[in-house]
Design a protein around this ligand. Sequence first.
Ligand code: HEC
Ligand code: HEC
Length: 312
Amino acid sequence: MQPLSFGQKLRNAFDPIHSVAHLSTLGLVVILLLLLTPGVVTASEEAGSYATAAGGCYGCHTNTTPGSTPFAGGRELKTPFGSFYSPNITPDIENGIGSWTDEQFVKALKEGVGPEGHLYFPVFPYTSYTKMTDEDALAIKSYLFSLPPSPEKNKDHGIGAPLSWRWLQWGWRLLFFDDGPYVPPQGASAEVARGGYLVDAMTHCGECHTPRNFVGAVDSSLYLAGTSNGGEGELVPNITPDMTTGIGDWSRGDLISFMKNGLKPDFDDVQGSMMEVIDHGTSKLTDEDLGAIADYLKSIPPIINRVTRAKP
Ligand code: HEC
Ligand code: HEC
């Protein structure tokens, strides 16, 4: 067969049958791009409940005493600086966030600034949520606002001065808070970019799996490399793909089933706060998103960091 001349190619492109084929390929590409773009686009309740699970809001904002109302706060969060008590984020006007506007909600979640201009403590991981899309943030708000309001009153934090002085957060933020959207690693595939968005902006794995310095800021040079002194003194394993000290020997499937049901490849059960992350968070995510998280974790630089329990 003769190779086609430029003119013939041009004519073929305008040929109705060929151009329909081209248009549908174009359409498919557009749809695929939309699907692969990080962020949930519709603010429907389903998207909101999904984004809320991905964001892991339930664990911190629900008290552990049986029968506690979801998202009504009062959960004690022990840190080296004292105990914090999470606030009520149900849509109660007086004691929850029922009177908040969309702008106020996005500002709290992504900038760590409250409606009266007060600065939140970074136990509230706005340092991760800053990377969340506004669509996901507002989807979470619409889900929370679809729940029954709870009149649960907020408790004061159990931390002493000067740490309790909110204005001091100003200096901390200046040193340690980088706001702005999620930027995927260079050359990342769409799956890896989606996984990275879920890990960094939503599920905030690094808030526990990356060690912190003495003022409580995460040490990005040990990104996801684990710590023997996590929140509540927990041992938090290295989840970089290092073969000996990390999870380099876990397969993609191992990671997916762990995030679904907490079973490790050595058949050990998961313990502690990771169990909550799985129960109210990752187990609710689609296989596609869990696969993206696994792909991302396998793509990050391995870091040698053996996490061991301190000798008693
Ligand atoms: C690691 C625990 C933790 C997680 C996870 C968490 N929060 Fe919070 N949140 C807190 C704490 C603690 C505060 C109070 C901070 C302060 O007083 O400075 C807070 C404050 C807030 C506030 C401000 C409420 C007010 O009355 O001023 C909102 C809104 C909020 N969180 C929403 C969320 C949403 C939505 C998510 C999930 C995307 C979430 N939080 C995840 C711990 C957490
Ligand atoms: C609230 C803190 C917290 C968050 C957030 C968190 N983890 Fe964990 N994770 C832990 C703790 C604590 C353990 C140890 C649990 C155990 O020993 O059974 C753990 C264990 C693991 C393990 C098992 C590793 C091993 O060697 O046994 C994997 C894998 C893991 N986490 C992945 C993740 C991923 C992925 C995310 C984000 C989607 C995440 N974690 C978010 C606290 C957390």
